[in-house]
Design a protein around this ligand. Structure first.
Ligand code: TEU
Ligand code: CA
Length: 541
Protein backbone atom coordinates (compact mmCIF):
# COMPACT_ATOMS: atom_id res chain seq x y z
CA UNK A 1 0.00 0.00 0.00
CA UNK A 2 1.41 3.35 -1.02
CA UNK A 3 1.45 5.91 1.80
CA UNK A 4 -0.87 8.89 1.29
CA UNK A 5 -1.19 12.24 3.01
CA UNK A 6 -4.74 11.49 4.06
CA UNK A 7 -3.68 8.36 5.94
CA UNK A 8 -2.32 10.54 8.71
CA UNK A 9 -4.81 13.42 8.49
CA UNK A 10 -7.66 14.28 10.82
CA UNK A 11 -10.80 15.70 9.22
CA UNK A 12 -13.24 18.14 10.82
CA UNK A 13 -16.76 18.31 9.40
CA UNK A 14 -18.48 21.68 9.15
CA UNK A 15 -22.22 22.01 8.71
CA UNK A 16 -22.13 25.64 7.59
CA UNK A 17 -25.65 26.60 8.54
CA UNK A 18 -24.89 25.93 12.20
CA UNK A 19 -21.21 26.77 12.52
CA UNK A 20 -20.79 30.54 12.80
CA UNK A 21 -22.91 33.44 11.60
CA UNK A 22 -20.76 36.40 10.52
CA UNK A 23 -23.47 38.87 9.50
CA UNK A 24 -26.09 38.22 12.15
CA UNK A 25 -28.96 36.98 10.02
CA UNK A 26 -29.15 33.88 12.21
CA UNK A 27 -27.58 31.59 9.59
CA UNK A 28 -24.02 30.34 9.63
CA UNK A 29 -21.95 31.30 6.60
CA UNK A 30 -18.60 31.04 4.83
CA UNK A 31 -17.17 34.17 6.42
CA UNK A 32 -18.08 32.68 9.78
CA UNK A 33 -15.95 29.65 8.93
CA UNK A 34 -13.04 31.90 7.96
CA UNK A 35 -13.32 33.64 11.35
CA UNK A 36 -12.89 30.30 13.07
CA UNK A 37 -10.01 28.84 11.05
CA UNK A 38 -7.55 29.73 13.79
CA UNK A 39 -9.70 27.86 16.27
CA UNK A 40 -9.49 24.80 14.01
CA UNK A 41 -5.76 25.28 13.59
CA UNK A 42 -5.46 25.27 17.38
CA UNK A 43 -7.35 21.98 17.49
CA UNK A 44 -4.85 20.66 14.99
CA UNK A 45 -7.00 19.27 12.17
CA UNK A 46 -5.66 19.26 8.62
CA UNK A 47 -8.81 18.91 6.55
CA UNK A 48 -12.31 20.35 6.59
CA UNK A 49 -15.19 18.41 5.10
CA UNK A 50 -17.61 21.15 4.20
CA UNK A 51 -21.26 20.13 3.98
CA UNK A 52 -22.92 21.65 0.88
CA UNK A 53 -22.61 25.39 0.31
CA UNK A 54 -23.98 25.37 -3.25
CA UNK A 55 -27.13 27.12 -4.43
CA UNK A 56 -30.09 25.34 -2.96
CA UNK A 57 -33.73 25.93 -2.06
CA UNK A 58 -32.91 24.16 1.23
CA UNK A 59 -35.57 21.52 1.25
CA UNK A 60 -32.87 19.28 2.74
CA UNK A 61 -30.47 22.00 3.93
CA UNK A 62 -28.23 22.15 0.90
CA UNK A 63 -28.37 18.46 -0.04
CA UNK A 64 -30.81 19.57 -2.74
CA UNK A 65 -28.60 21.50 -5.14
CA UNK A 66 -29.91 23.83 -7.82
CA UNK A 67 -26.50 25.03 -9.07
CA UNK A 68 -23.27 23.14 -8.40
CA UNK A 69 -21.04 26.00 -9.52
CA UNK A 70 -22.51 28.77 -7.42
CA UNK A 71 -22.83 29.50 -3.72
CA UNK A 72 -26.03 29.73 -1.67
CA UNK A 73 -26.83 33.41 -1.07
CA UNK A 74 -27.26 32.89 2.66
CA UNK A 75 -23.74 31.45 2.87
CA UNK A 76 -21.96 34.13 0.84
CA UNK A 77 -20.41 34.40 -2.60
CA UNK A 78 -17.90 32.54 -4.75
CA UNK A 79 -15.36 35.18 -3.69
CA UNK A 80 -15.93 34.18 -0.07
CA UNK A 81 -15.48 30.55 -1.06
CA UNK A 82 -12.21 31.32 -2.85
CA UNK A 83 -11.06 33.21 0.21
CA UNK A 84 -11.90 30.26 2.42
CA UNK A 85 -9.76 28.01 0.21
CA UNK A 86 -6.95 30.55 0.36
CA UNK A 87 -7.11 31.13 4.08
CA UNK A 88 -7.29 27.40 4.62
CA UNK A 89 -4.20 26.87 2.46
CA UNK A 90 -2.28 29.45 4.44
CA UNK A 91 -2.90 27.38 7.54
CA UNK A 92 -2.30 24.03 5.93
CA UNK A 93 -6.00 23.16 6.02
CA UNK A 94 -7.50 21.56 2.93
CA UNK A 95 -11.17 21.80 2.06
CA UNK A 96 -13.06 18.69 1.02
CA UNK A 97 -16.33 19.53 -0.73
CA UNK A 98 -19.56 17.59 -0.43
CA UNK A 99 -20.46 16.03 -3.76
CA UNK A 100 -24.19 15.39 -4.00
CA UNK A 101 -24.78 13.79 -7.37
CA UNK A 102 -27.25 11.02 -6.76
CA UNK A 103 -29.88 13.71 -7.13
CA UNK A 104 -30.30 17.42 -7.79
CA UNK A 105 -32.88 19.86 -6.58
CA UNK A 106 -36.11 19.97 -8.56
CA UNK A 107 -35.15 23.63 -9.06
CA UNK A 108 -31.96 22.72 -10.92
CA UNK A 109 -32.12 23.91 -14.53
CA UNK A 110 -31.76 20.32 -15.77
CA UNK A 111 -34.92 19.27 -13.96
CA UNK A 112 -36.84 22.40 -14.92
CA UNK A 113 -36.07 21.52 -18.53
CA UNK A 114 -36.65 17.79 -18.09
CA UNK A 115 -40.18 18.40 -16.80
CA UNK A 116 -41.19 20.41 -19.82
CA UNK A 117 -41.90 17.47 -22.13
CA UNK A 118 -41.12 13.84 -22.76
CA UNK A 119 -38.79 14.75 -25.57
CA UNK A 120 -36.94 17.57 -23.91
CA UNK A 121 -33.19 17.11 -24.30
CA UNK A 122 -32.80 16.92 -20.51
CA UNK A 123 -35.62 14.41 -19.98
CA UNK A 124 -33.16 11.52 -19.70
CA UNK A 125 -31.12 13.26 -17.07
CA UNK A 126 -33.68 11.91 -14.61
CA UNK A 127 -35.55 8.65 -14.12
CA UNK A 128 -39.11 8.66 -15.49
CA UNK A 129 -41.66 5.85 -15.62
CA UNK A 130 -45.28 5.43 -16.59
CA UNK A 131 -47.68 4.62 -13.81
CA UNK A 132 -48.86 1.07 -13.20
CA UNK A 133 -52.67 0.85 -13.14
CA UNK A 134 -52.85 4.59 -12.48
CA UNK A 135 -50.54 4.22 -9.51
CA UNK A 136 -46.82 4.49 -8.81
CA UNK A 137 -44.66 2.28 -11.09
CA UNK A 138 -43.67 0.12 -8.11
CA UNK A 139 -43.58 0.20 -4.34
CA UNK A 140 -40.11 1.64 -3.84
CA UNK A 141 -40.07 3.84 -0.74
CA UNK A 142 -38.38 7.16 -0.26
CA UNK A 143 -35.81 7.27 2.55
CA UNK A 144 -37.71 10.33 3.76
CA UNK A 145 -41.08 8.46 3.96
CA UNK A 146 -43.78 7.79 1.38
CA UNK A 147 -43.35 6.57 -2.17
CA UNK A 148 -40.10 7.19 -4.06
CA UNK A 149 -42.18 8.09 -7.15
CA UNK A 150 -43.85 11.44 -7.74
CA UNK A 151 -46.32 12.09 -10.53
CA UNK A 152 -45.57 14.98 -12.83
CA UNK A 153 -49.07 15.96 -13.93
CA UNK A 154 -47.98 17.88 -17.04
CA UNK A 155 -46.33 14.93 -18.72
CA UNK A 156 -48.22 12.26 -16.82
CA UNK A 157 -45.14 10.29 -15.81
CA UNK A 158 -43.55 9.59 -12.47
CA UNK A 159 -40.01 10.61 -11.56
CA UNK A 160 -37.85 8.81 -9.02
CA UNK A 161 -36.77 10.49 -5.78
CA UNK A 162 -35.09 8.27 -3.20
CA UNK A 163 -35.08 11.29 -0.86
CA UNK A 164 -37.58 14.17 -0.82
CA UNK A 165 -39.72 14.90 -3.85
CA UNK A 166 -37.66 18.04 -4.27
CA UNK A 167 -34.60 15.78 -4.81
CA UNK A 168 -35.16 13.98 -8.13
CA UNK A 169 -32.60 11.22 -8.78
CA UNK A 170 -30.20 11.70 -11.66
CA UNK A 171 -30.07 9.03 -14.33
CA UNK A 172 -26.49 7.80 -14.18
CA UNK A 173 -27.09 5.49 -17.13
CA UNK A 174 -27.14 8.58 -19.29
CA UNK A 175 -23.52 9.30 -20.32
CA UNK A 176 -24.35 13.01 -20.62
CA UNK A 177 -25.17 13.14 -16.92
CA UNK A 178 -21.88 11.53 -16.05
CA UNK A 179 -19.94 13.90 -18.28
CA UNK A 180 -21.64 16.91 -16.69
CA UNK A 181 -20.79 15.64 -13.21
CA UNK A 182 -17.12 15.07 -14.05
CA UNK A 183 -16.91 18.51 -15.63
CA UNK A 184 -18.36 20.07 -12.50
CA UNK A 185 -15.94 18.09 -10.32
CA UNK A 186 -13.02 19.35 -12.41
CA UNK A 187 -14.22 22.91 -11.96
CA UNK A 188 -13.85 22.47 -8.20
CA UNK A 189 -10.62 20.49 -8.42
CA UNK A 190 -9.13 23.33 -10.48
CA UNK A 191 -9.95 25.70 -7.64
CA UNK A 192 -7.60 23.73 -5.44
CA UNK A 193 -9.93 21.78 -3.17
CA UNK A 194 -8.61 18.83 -1.14
CA UNK A 195 -11.16 16.30 -2.33
CA UNK A 196 -14.76 15.17 -2.14
CA UNK A 197 -17.09 13.53 0.33
CA UNK A 198 -19.56 11.72 -1.89
CA UNK A 199 -23.14 11.75 -0.71
CA UNK A 200 -24.95 8.37 -0.94
CA UNK A 201 -22.56 7.36 -3.70
CA UNK A 202 -23.64 3.73 -3.43
CA UNK A 203 -27.02 4.66 -4.94
CA UNK A 204 -25.78 5.82 -8.34
CA UNK A 205 -25.65 2.33 -9.83
CA UNK A 206 -29.33 1.69 -9.13
CA UNK A 207 -31.89 -0.34 -11.09
CA UNK A 208 -35.20 1.14 -9.92
CA UNK A 209 -37.25 -1.32 -12.02
CA UNK A 210 -35.80 -4.21 -10.08
CA UNK A 211 -35.98 -2.16 -6.91
CA UNK A 212 -32.22 -2.35 -6.49
CA UNK A 213 -31.12 0.92 -4.97
CA UNK A 214 -27.75 0.48 -3.21
CA UNK A 215 -24.79 -1.34 -4.78
CA UNK A 216 -26.29 -1.62 -8.26
CA UNK A 217 -24.43 -3.51 -10.98
CA UNK A 218 -22.75 -0.53 -12.63
CA UNK A 219 -21.70 1.29 -9.48
CA UNK A 220 -17.99 0.52 -9.55
CA UNK A 221 -17.78 0.97 -13.30
CA UNK A 222 -19.07 4.52 -12.85
CA UNK A 223 -16.73 5.27 -9.98
CA UNK A 224 -13.76 4.03 -11.99
CA UNK A 225 -14.86 6.22 -14.86
CA UNK A 226 -15.16 9.16 -12.46
CA UNK A 227 -11.66 8.43 -11.27
CA UNK A 228 -10.31 8.44 -14.84
CA UNK A 229 -12.15 11.61 -15.80
CA UNK A 230 -11.61 13.67 -12.66
CA UNK A 231 -9.71 12.26 -9.71
CA UNK A 232 -6.70 10.53 -11.24
CA UNK A 233 -3.26 11.91 -10.35
CA UNK A 234 -4.80 14.73 -8.32
CA UNK A 235 -3.87 13.33 -4.92
CA UNK A 236 -7.27 14.06 -3.40
CA UNK A 237 -9.06 12.68 -0.36
CA UNK A 238 -12.25 11.04 -1.56
CA UNK A 239 -14.69 9.42 0.82
CA UNK A 240 -17.90 7.74 -0.21
CA UNK A 241 -20.97 7.61 1.99
CA UNK A 242 -22.03 3.96 1.73
CA UNK A 243 -24.69 2.79 4.16
CA UNK A 244 -24.84 -0.77 2.89
CA UNK A 245 -21.13 -1.56 2.62
CA UNK A 246 -19.54 -4.76 3.89
CA UNK A 247 -15.75 -5.03 4.23
CA UNK A 248 -15.68 -6.82 0.84
CA UNK A 249 -17.46 -3.87 -0.73
CA UNK A 250 -15.23 -1.50 1.24
CA UNK A 251 -12.21 -3.02 -0.45
CA UNK A 252 -13.75 -2.57 -3.89
CA UNK A 253 -13.98 1.16 -3.24
CA UNK A 254 -10.75 1.74 -1.41
CA UNK A 255 -8.20 -0.76 -2.70
CA UNK A 256 -5.58 1.50 -4.29
CA UNK A 257 -5.09 -0.96 -7.13
CA UNK A 258 -8.71 -0.43 -8.24
CA UNK A 259 -8.49 3.35 -8.71
CA UNK A 260 -11.75 4.33 -7.08
CA UNK A 261 -11.85 6.24 -3.78
CA UNK A 262 -9.56 6.86 -0.80
CA UNK A 263 -12.01 5.41 1.70
CA UNK A 264 -15.67 5.03 2.58
CA UNK A 265 -17.92 5.77 5.51
CA UNK A 266 -19.37 2.45 6.59
CA UNK A 267 -22.32 2.50 9.01
CA UNK A 268 -22.39 -0.94 10.58
CA UNK A 269 -21.68 0.37 14.07
CA UNK A 270 -24.18 3.18 13.59
CA UNK A 271 -27.05 0.74 13.08
CA UNK A 272 -26.46 -1.38 16.18
CA UNK A 273 -28.94 0.41 18.43
CA UNK A 274 -31.99 0.02 16.25
CA UNK A 275 -34.55 -2.74 15.91
CA UNK A 276 -34.84 -3.77 12.25
CA UNK A 277 -34.55 -1.45 9.28
CA UNK A 278 -35.67 1.81 10.82
CA UNK A 279 -33.37 3.88 12.96
CA UNK A 280 -36.44 5.22 14.81
CA UNK A 281 -37.13 1.82 16.39
CA UNK A 282 -34.80 2.04 19.33
CA UNK A 283 -32.89 -0.66 21.15
CA UNK A 284 -29.99 -0.39 23.58
CA UNK A 285 -26.44 -0.84 22.34
CA UNK A 286 -24.71 -4.10 23.19
CA UNK A 287 -21.01 -3.40 23.70
CA UNK A 288 -20.02 -6.78 22.30
CA UNK A 289 -21.78 -5.95 19.03
CA UNK A 290 -19.90 -2.67 18.85
CA UNK A 291 -16.57 -4.42 19.41
CA UNK A 292 -17.37 -6.98 16.76
CA UNK A 293 -18.46 -4.41 14.17
CA UNK A 294 -15.55 -2.01 14.62
CA UNK A 295 -12.94 -4.74 15.00
CA UNK A 296 -14.15 -6.54 11.91
CA UNK A 297 -13.54 -3.42 9.81
CA UNK A 298 -10.24 -2.74 11.56
CA UNK A 299 -8.81 -6.09 10.52
CA UNK A 300 -10.71 -7.02 7.35
CA UNK A 301 -9.42 -4.28 5.06
CA UNK A 302 -5.76 -5.14 5.64
CA UNK A 303 -3.61 -3.64 2.91
CA UNK A 304 -6.48 -3.65 0.45
CA UNK A 305 -8.40 -0.71 1.75
CA UNK A 306 -8.56 2.15 4.20
CA UNK A 307 -11.05 2.94 6.97
CA UNK A 308 -12.66 6.16 8.04
CA UNK A 309 -13.35 6.54 11.76
CA UNK A 310 -16.37 8.46 12.99
CA UNK A 311 -19.04 8.59 15.66
CA UNK A 312 -20.88 11.62 14.41
CA UNK A 313 -21.99 13.61 11.43
CA UNK A 314 -24.83 15.98 10.55
CA UNK A 315 -27.27 13.05 10.26
CA UNK A 316 -26.49 11.37 13.56
CA UNK A 317 -27.23 12.02 17.22
CA UNK A 318 -24.42 13.37 19.41
CA UNK A 319 -22.19 10.51 20.54
CA UNK A 320 -21.87 11.67 24.15
CA UNK A 321 -25.66 11.51 24.48
CA UNK A 322 -25.94 8.33 22.47
CA UNK A 323 -23.34 5.98 23.93
CA UNK A 324 -21.72 8.14 26.57
CA UNK A 325 -23.31 9.84 29.52
CA UNK A 326 -24.26 13.46 28.89
CA UNK A 327 -25.17 14.08 32.55
CA UNK A 328 -22.71 13.50 35.43
CA UNK A 329 -19.99 11.93 33.27
CA UNK A 330 -20.24 14.11 30.18
CA UNK A 331 -16.59 15.12 30.08
CA UNK A 332 -15.19 11.76 31.09
CA UNK A 333 -17.35 9.76 28.71
CA UNK A 334 -16.78 12.13 25.76
CA UNK A 335 -13.03 11.70 26.25
CA UNK A 336 -13.38 7.94 26.54
CA UNK A 337 -15.28 7.72 23.26
CA UNK A 338 -12.74 10.00 21.58
CA UNK A 339 -9.81 7.88 22.80
CA UNK A 340 -11.44 4.64 21.73
CA UNK A 341 -11.99 5.89 18.18
CA UNK A 342 -8.85 7.93 17.62
CA UNK A 343 -6.60 5.07 18.68
CA UNK A 344 -7.88 2.99 15.77
CA UNK A 345 -6.57 2.57 12.26
CA UNK A 346 -8.10 4.84 9.65
CA UNK A 347 -8.73 8.53 9.05
CA UNK A 348 -10.65 10.10 11.95
CA UNK A 349 -13.50 12.55 11.38
CA UNK A 350 -14.60 15.00 14.07
CA UNK A 351 -18.03 16.55 13.67
CA UNK A 352 -18.34 20.20 14.70
CA UNK A 353 -19.10 20.52 18.41
CA UNK A 354 -17.98 16.97 19.17
CA UNK A 355 -14.71 18.44 20.47
CA UNK A 356 -16.80 20.49 22.94
CA UNK A 357 -18.89 17.58 24.11
CA UNK A 358 -22.07 19.11 22.69
CA UNK A 359 -25.15 17.04 23.46
CA UNK A 360 -28.46 16.07 21.90
CA UNK A 361 -31.32 18.54 22.22
CA UNK A 362 -34.94 18.18 23.32
CA UNK A 363 -37.25 20.77 21.87
CA UNK A 364 -40.70 21.02 23.43
CA UNK A 365 -42.73 20.98 20.29
CA UNK A 366 -42.43 19.21 16.96
CA UNK A 367 -42.81 22.70 15.50
CA UNK A 368 -39.34 23.57 16.77
CA UNK A 369 -37.83 20.90 14.52
CA UNK A 370 -36.57 21.65 11.05
CA UNK A 371 -35.28 18.39 9.59
CA UNK A 372 -37.36 17.04 6.73
CA UNK A 373 -36.57 13.45 7.66
CA UNK A 374 -37.95 13.86 11.20
CA UNK A 375 -40.95 15.92 10.11
CA UNK A 376 -41.99 13.46 7.40
CA UNK A 377 -41.55 10.51 9.76
CA UNK A 378 -43.63 12.29 12.40
CA UNK A 379 -46.52 12.77 9.97
CA UNK A 380 -46.28 9.24 8.67
CA UNK A 381 -46.22 7.65 12.13
CA UNK A 382 -49.06 9.82 13.45
CA UNK A 383 -51.13 8.66 10.46
CA UNK A 384 -50.24 5.06 11.30
CA UNK A 385 -51.51 5.51 14.86
CA UNK A 386 -48.28 5.90 16.83
CA UNK A 387 -48.51 8.08 19.95
CA UNK A 388 -47.00 11.56 19.88
CA UNK A 389 -44.81 10.80 22.94
CA UNK A 390 -43.43 7.65 21.40
CA UNK A 391 -42.47 9.43 18.18
CA UNK A 392 -40.84 12.23 20.12
CA UNK A 393 -38.72 9.68 22.01
CA UNK A 394 -37.37 8.49 18.66
CA UNK A 395 -36.67 12.04 17.53
CA UNK A 396 -34.94 12.86 20.81
CA UNK A 397 -32.72 9.81 20.39
CA UNK A 398 -32.06 9.80 16.66
CA UNK A 399 -33.36 12.96 14.99
CA UNK A 400 -30.87 14.74 12.77
CA UNK A 401 -31.50 18.12 14.38
CA UNK A 402 -29.58 16.84 17.41
CA UNK A 403 -26.44 17.48 15.40
CA UNK A 404 -27.64 20.67 13.78
CA UNK A 405 -28.14 23.11 16.65
CA UNK A 406 -25.77 26.11 16.50
CA UNK A 407 -22.20 25.70 17.71
CA UNK A 408 -21.85 26.96 21.24
CA UNK A 409 -18.97 29.41 21.12
CA UNK A 410 -19.52 31.19 24.43
CA UNK A 411 -22.15 31.91 27.09
CA UNK A 412 -23.58 35.09 25.57
CA UNK A 413 -27.10 35.15 24.15
CA UNK A 414 -27.38 32.66 21.25
CA UNK A 415 -24.10 31.17 22.36
CA UNK A 416 -21.91 33.54 20.39
CA UNK A 417 -23.12 31.86 17.21
CA UNK A 418 -24.99 34.98 16.13
CA UNK A 419 -26.44 38.19 17.57
CA UNK A 420 -29.89 37.34 16.32
CA UNK A 421 -32.18 34.38 16.72
CA UNK A 422 -30.67 31.40 14.89
CA UNK A 423 -32.53 29.46 12.19
CA UNK A 424 -32.85 26.59 14.68
CA UNK A 425 -32.82 26.99 18.45
CA UNK A 426 -29.57 26.69 20.32
CA UNK A 427 -29.25 24.00 22.97
CA UNK A 428 -29.84 25.79 26.27
CA UNK A 429 -26.82 24.13 27.83
CA UNK A 430 -24.65 26.62 25.87
CA UNK A 431 -24.30 28.53 29.14
CA UNK A 432 -21.77 25.98 30.38
CA UNK A 433 -20.98 23.84 27.35
CA UNK A 434 -19.15 26.18 25.01
CA UNK A 435 -15.84 26.72 23.23
CA UNK A 436 -14.79 29.60 25.48
CA UNK A 437 -14.99 27.40 28.58
CA UNK A 438 -13.21 24.58 26.82
CA UNK A 439 -10.34 26.77 25.66
CA UNK A 440 -9.84 28.12 29.18
CA UNK A 441 -9.70 24.68 30.78
CA UNK A 442 -6.60 22.59 30.10
CA UNK A 443 -8.58 19.49 31.08
CA UNK A 444 -11.39 20.08 28.61
CA UNK A 445 -12.65 17.71 25.95
CA UNK A 446 -11.21 20.12 23.37
CA UNK A 447 -7.65 19.64 24.61
CA UNK A 448 -8.19 15.91 24.81
CA UNK A 449 -9.02 15.86 21.09
CA UNK A 450 -6.08 18.13 20.43
CA UNK A 451 -3.80 15.69 22.22
CA UNK A 452 -5.22 12.72 20.31
CA UNK A 453 -4.50 14.52 17.05
CA UNK A 454 -0.93 15.26 18.16
CA UNK A 455 -0.38 11.66 19.18
CA UNK A 456 -1.52 10.52 15.74
CA UNK A 457 0.75 13.01 14.06
CA UNK A 458 3.78 11.82 16.03
CA UNK A 459 3.21 8.07 15.98
CA UNK A 460 3.23 6.00 12.82
CA UNK A 461 1.92 3.15 14.96
CA UNK A 462 -1.40 4.96 15.34
CA UNK A 463 -1.56 5.50 11.60
CA UNK A 464 -0.36 2.16 10.25
CA UNK A 465 -0.10 -0.26 13.17
CA UNK A 466 -1.97 -3.57 13.13
CA UNK A 467 -5.06 -3.68 15.30
CA UNK A 468 -5.72 -6.47 17.75
CA UNK A 469 -8.80 -6.64 19.97
CA UNK A 470 -8.27 -7.80 23.56
CA UNK A 471 -10.81 -9.30 25.96
CA UNK A 472 -13.34 -9.85 23.20
CA UNK A 473 -16.08 -11.09 25.51
CA UNK A 474 -15.68 -8.52 28.28
CA UNK A 475 -18.97 -6.70 28.75
CA UNK A 476 -17.51 -3.50 30.15
CA UNK A 477 -14.09 -2.93 28.71
CA UNK A 478 -13.10 -2.17 25.14
CA UNK A 479 -9.36 -2.70 24.80
CA UNK A 480 -7.01 -3.22 21.89
CA UNK A 481 -3.41 -2.91 20.82
CA UNK A 482 -1.82 -1.31 17.79
CA UNK A 483 1.49 -2.73 16.65
CA UNK A 484 4.03 -1.51 14.15
CA UNK A 485 7.43 -3.23 14.00
CA UNK A 486 8.50 -3.33 17.66
CA UNK A 487 6.31 -0.48 18.86
CA UNK A 488 3.05 -1.28 20.67
CA UNK A 489 0.30 1.04 21.79
CA UNK A 490 -2.38 -0.24 24.14
CA UNK A 491 -5.80 1.39 24.53
CA UNK A 492 -8.01 0.39 27.45
CA UNK A 493 -11.46 1.94 27.89
CA UNK A 494 -14.17 1.38 30.47
CA UNK A 495 -17.32 1.89 28.40
CA UNK A 496 -19.64 2.39 31.39
CA UNK A 497 -20.04 4.27 34.65
CA UNK A 498 -19.39 1.29 36.91
CA UNK A 499 -15.88 0.34 37.94
CA UNK A 500 -14.54 -2.50 35.85
CA UNK A 501 -11.56 -4.82 36.08
CA UNK A 502 -9.21 -5.22 33.15
CA UNK A 503 -8.67 -8.98 33.12
CA UNK A 504 -5.61 -9.17 31.00
CA UNK A 505 -2.31 -10.62 32.10
CA UNK A 506 0.17 -10.95 29.32
CA UNK A 507 3.03 -9.05 30.80
CA UNK A 508 2.84 -5.58 29.45
CA UNK A 509 5.46 -4.79 32.04
CA UNK A 510 6.75 -1.39 31.30
CA UNK A 511 4.07 1.12 30.40
CA UNK A 512 4.09 4.81 29.68
CA UNK A 513 0.82 6.74 29.66
CA UNK A 514 0.37 8.71 26.44
CA UNK A 515 -3.05 10.00 27.41
CA UNK A 516 -5.76 9.39 29.98
CA UNK A 517 -8.98 11.06 31.05
CA UNK A 518 -7.93 10.74 34.73
CA UNK A 519 -4.86 12.54 36.07
CA UNK A 520 -3.66 9.55 38.12
CA UNK A 521 -4.21 6.47 35.96
CA UNK A 522 -2.21 3.41 36.89
CA UNK A 523 0.67 1.97 34.88
CA UNK A 524 0.27 -1.37 36.57
CA UNK A 525 -1.99 -3.71 34.64
CA UNK A 526 -2.11 -6.33 37.34
CA UNK A 527 -5.57 -6.05 38.88
CA UNK A 528 -6.14 -2.81 37.08
CA UNK A 529 -9.50 -1.38 38.04
CA UNK A 530 -10.89 1.22 35.72
CA UNK A 531 -13.00 4.00 37.14
CA UNK A 532 -16.16 5.31 35.43
CA UNK A 533 -15.42 5.82 31.73
CA UNK A 534 -11.69 5.69 32.38
CA UNK A 535 -9.75 5.55 29.11
CA UNK A 536 -6.00 5.12 28.93
CA UNK A 537 -3.65 5.04 26.00
CA UNK A 538 -0.30 3.43 26.85
CA UNK A 539 2.92 2.95 25.02
CA UNK A 540 4.41 -0.44 25.82
CA UNK A 541 8.11 -0.02 26.35
O1 TEU B 1 -27.54 10.91 3.80
C1 TEU B 1 -27.97 9.68 3.33
C2 TEU B 1 -28.98 9.02 4.11
O2 TEU B 1 -29.38 7.95 3.73
C3 TEU B 1 -29.49 9.68 5.32
O3 TEU B 1 -30.66 10.34 4.99
C4 TEU B 1 -29.71 8.71 6.38
O4 TEU B 1 -30.48 7.65 5.97
C5 TEU B 1 -30.37 9.27 7.57
O5 TEU B 1 -30.18 10.61 7.68
C6 TEU B 1 -29.83 8.57 8.76
O6 TEU B 1 -29.86 9.34 9.85
C7 TEU B 1 -27.04 11.84 2.91
C8 TEU B 1 -26.76 13.13 3.66
O7 TEU B 1 -25.77 12.91 4.60
C9 TEU B 1 -28.04 13.63 4.23
O8 TEU B 1 -27.87 14.78 5.01
C10 TEU B 1 -28.98 13.93 3.09
O9 TEU B 1 -30.24 14.29 3.58
C11 TEU B 1 -29.15 12.72 2.16
O10 TEU B 1 -27.91 12.10 1.85
C12 TEU B 1 -29.75 13.17 0.85
O11 TEU B 1 -28.84 13.94 0.15
CA1 CA C 1 -25.15 34.69 8.18
Amino acid sequence: MEKKWWHSSVVYQIYPRSFKDSNNDGIGDINGIIEKLDYLKELGIDVIWLSPVYKSPNDDNGYDISDYCDIMDEFGTMDDMDRLLDEGNKRGIKIVMDLVVNHTSDEHKWFIEAKKSKNNEYRDYYIWRDGFNDKEPNDLDSIFSGSAWELDKETNQYYLHLFSKKQPDLNWENPKVRTEVYKMMNYWIDKGIGGFRMDVIDLIGKLPDNKITANGPKLHEYIQEMNRESLKDKDLLTVGETWGATPEIGKMYSNQARNELSMIFQFEHIMLDQEGEEKWDLKPLNLLDLKRALSKWQTALGDEGWNSLFWNNHDLPRIVSRWGNDKEYRVKSAKMLATLLHGMKGTPYIYQGEELGMTNVKFNSIKDYNDIESLNMYKERIAKGYKHEEIMESIYAKGRDNARTPIQWDDSEYGGFSNSKPWIDINENYKYINAKNCLEDKNSIFYHYKKLIEIRRNNETIVYGDYNLLCEEDNNIFAYTRKLNDDTILVVCNFYENEAKFNYEYGFEDLEILLSNYSDSSTNLRNLKLRPYEAIMYRVK
